[in-house]
Design a protein around this ligand. Sequence first.
Ligand code: AMP
Length: 401
Amino acid sequence: MGHDWVMRDDIPGPILPPASIGILGGGQLGRMLGYAARAMGYGIRVLDPEPLCPASAVADHVEVGAYDDLEAALRMARDCAVVTYELEHVAPGLVDAIDALGIPVRPGARALRVTQDRLAERAFVVAQGVAVAPWREVMVGDDEALDAALDIVGAPARLKAAFGGYDGRSQVRIATTRDRRMAWMDLGRASGQPAILEREVAFRAELSVIGARGLDGRYAAYPVFRNVHDRGILMSTEWPAGVPQAVDDAAASIGRALAEAIGLVGVLTVELFLLPDGSLVVNELAPRVHNSGHVTLDAAATSQFEQHIRAICGLPMGATDLLTPAAMVNVLGDGVRRPAQLGGIADALADAGVHLHVYGKRDVVERRKMGHLTAIAPPDGSSEDALDRAHAALERLSWMT
Ligand code: AMP
């Protein structure tokens, strides 16, 4: 892989260390991108509202500001050779302004605009001929539109705010058509705001495909990941997903088609539902590294974080091979908000196949993503065995009171 990579006149040359990479957002994804970039010799500058954000541990400089603070973003970007983002909730105008300084932002403003708005995202995916669950646009508070949409889409259905939802927030399940009157209140959005009603998919499995597209247009996907969510939050990932090769191939071609259509440079994650007939429908896109890809840190030839850095710097892609079956479980916060101190670590790591990643968030908050565990499979074991190992380790961890 990668042997046929050549420099081309029609694309800019690679960005090389010790150049600095700017990251909009300093959460755990920024932190792990930072580790990868740091390992390769790059400098790191971060924009985040919190000076002690997770990425601060690995950044040369944290510019303190909100994700729509133009002045702060420009100060952060000033000495950077390239800028990227670790979350979709960055103001696109800010990306345009950095771009206007001649500093490339990869994956770029278009990917942000498409993925920030569930309605724009649906329209985009459909325009590429890729399947999604039946859906209708509705305005919050418009009972007639909701009734009409429910008639078409059917129940059970999911009502989702078009903007600002993540980790299961701003999403309501409508189990039967009788439930609909409570839906607006449960969604908690002001009247007139755009939302989407879509059919609840009776999926066989949730999968994700993570692929990177280079500056030269080449695309490389990892084998798909199998994910389990609880109330919208990822709980665990198994890798490989244990699906037929045809499913893997179909997922990779969806990832490639969408990345190409956006003109994206960097990593694109596509969340998918696998239907009982073996077909795939797209749930959601993220123009970034993804929680379901964390297992690549310990089980892939190249981690998703390194792959993203390589892509945005115009370097050739790394190999996407899975080296060993593995699994990841998220370590979530629980209980009242308090300083984060994790107990049981030595017990969890007594299993030599287990790795712990802690994100350095100072406070535990109920259901906040605080870290993750990965486990590799025992010799000749499967990803299911790895998942058992990861769960056993997770049970040994607890947040101190
Ligand atoms: P989302 O925020 O849209 O990614 O949704 C979070 C999680 O809710 C998904 O990973 C699924 O587990 C579930 N979910 C969302 N939409 C649907 C749907 N249309 N059908 C079934 N499950 C869904």
